[in-house]
Design a protein around this ligand. Structure first.
Ligand SMILES: *Cc1c(COP(=O)(O)O)cnc(C)c1O
Length: 462
């Protein structure tokens, strides 16, 4: 299996290389050269299997020769052993035909753990074999960073630096990043928004001297291995509800488009998915783009669903690549226009996107009201992101196809918003009960590329 860049101008890589690299050298994102197919029989055979075994069967064709079958099975087993639920991604019912896929039973209580715990084990296995060391730098709106730190802390071959927007992550998110005592963990609170953090991260990757000098590796949601890990729960949940004998639809609270893009890959592999519904908060660039074809960035407005406060949705580039018939030049041109503030999706490409994706937007007030209402109607306490999904998922039902809404974080990760909506402050699960007592370690940094680069070089030289 070989991986190509969405901009068509970077070296073709193996799975291992694409995973260790993250961003392609032409600024694009890696995608598989061809998408492996699962037949109706293959999908039927997933019924009743463990999450790990489903993961093995779904992901194996993408890995190529990077790991043996036994190695890959062991990697998956280790990745999910720290989850607090045997089913890993359990389904609960919200309404007659509406289901919630709980993706928050991992060690940092958000769906990012599904990908990051796997990537930690994949890196460990690959680097252990080659004896190399890498520097991981990530940007986070809160959940990616905590998941990355949890997955990489204490590993010998890795230093992990996480940039987060100072003052714009929840206390639980911050503490999950600042309390691990391991010396290979570096939490950096940067002035600005998530988009600023993401921009500095991209700058570091585009500085090839720096990139090669520190052996930079990326684990942001642009990393193909992360998308791949997320494909698995689309299969596990759809099969539980009767696929491939009947279609299902998904609603996905969306920021950087990684999670919902994984659903698109599942569909391309043969899973009978009817609609993939993109749910955004008031930072609704994706909803506007799907509705009008105009992809225009504007100010980020901080919301009670901070993990979706994004205007530049990195993984959308992958969807555009397919919508433009895998034309890397066309994608490269759109991304150049984006630097000037935006672009217009062609009629043909907009139609291609519309064959798979719908979208909706939820206001702040509606988000809170949905948390209140869902508790009354179902007894479920939703985090604000999941509430946005549940509201759009309710609206998008067609009365026949089961709708699965992805619950992306545990309510205890966003206790202020949940308390405001329900009057109850959700408690952390027992396994992380002392988070508020642990001491914090964080470095304040300016939004300045040169300063960031020297900090990284200094820290890894020690
Ligand atoms: C990251 C995140 C999202 C958005 O996921 P994308 O893959 O960036 O679209 C939604 N909800 C929560 C809780 C998250 O952590």
């Amino acid at each position: 299996m070989r991986y190509i860049s969405t901009r068509g101008n970077a070296p073709v890589l193996s799975f291992e290389e694409a995973m260790l690299t993250g961003l392609a050298r032409d600024g694009g994102l890696y995608v598989p050269e061809t998408i492996p197919q699962m037949s109706v029989e293959d999908i039927k055979a997933l019924r009743g299997l463990s999450y790990e075994e489903i993961g093995y069967r779904v992901m194996r064709p993408f890995i190529g020769g990077t790991f043996t079958d036994d190695e890959f099975r062991e990697i998956i087993a280790k990745a999910y052993s720290s989850f607090g639920h045997d089913a890993r991604a359990p389904l609960v019912q919200l309404g007659a035909n509406h289901y919630l896929l709980e993706l928050f039973h991992g060690p940092t209580l958000a769906f990012k753990d599904f990908a990051m715990q796997l990537i930690g084990q994949l890196f460990q296995a690959a680097l252990g074999r080659s004896g190399e060391r890498v520097t991981i730098v990530g940007a986070t709106s809160g959940d990616t960073g905590s998941a990355a730190i949890e997955a990489f802390k204490g590993l010998d071959a890795v230093d992990v630096f996480i940039l987060f927007p100072h003052g714009r992550v929840s206390e639980v998110q911050r503490r999950q990043m600042t309390t691990p005592p391991e010396s290979n963990v570096h939490a950096l609170a940067m002035d600005g928004h998530f988009d600023d953090c993401q921009a500095r991260l991209k700058d570091m990757f585009n500085d090839f001297d720096f990139r090669d000098g520190v052996r930079l590796a990326g684990v942001n949601s642009i990393n193909w291995a992360r998308v791949l890990a997320q494909v698995v729960y689309y299969f596990s949940s759809a099969v539980s509800l009767g696929a491939p004998d009947r279609k299902v639809s998904f609603t996905v609270p969306t920021g950087n488009f990684g999670d919902v893009f994984a659903g698109y890959i599942a569909k391309q592999m043969g899973l009978p998915i009817d609609r993939l519904v993109i749910a955004t908060n008031q930072n609704d660039i994706l909803h506007r783009c799907l509705s009008t074809g105009e992809y225009k960035t504007s100010e980020v407005h901080p919301s009670i669903s901070p993990s979706m406060d994004i205007q530049v949705s990195s993984n959308f580039e992958r969807a555009l690549f397919y919508a433009y018939g895998q034309d890397g030049n066309a994608v490269g041109q759109l991304m150049d226009e984006l630097k000037e503030g935006g672009f217009t999706v062609s009629q043909g490409a907009l139609q291609a996107l519309g064959e798979h994706f719908d979208s909706g937007r939820v206001s702040e007030q509606e988000t809170g009201a949905t948390i209140t209402e869902m508790l009354a109607r179902t007894g479920e306490i939703l985090c604000p992101h999941s509430a946005i999904g549940a509201r759009i998922g309710d609206q998008a039902q067609d009365g026949e196809t089961p709708m699965i809404t992805l619950a992306t974080a545990h309510p205890a990760k966003f206790p202020d918003a949940v308390e405001a909506a329900t009057g109850h402050r959700p408690g952390l699960p027992n396994r992380m009960g002392d988070l508020y007592e642990r001491s914090e370690r964080v470095t304040r940094v300016e939004n300045d590329l040169e300063a960031l680069k020297s900090l990284v070089k200094d820290r890894i030289a020690r």
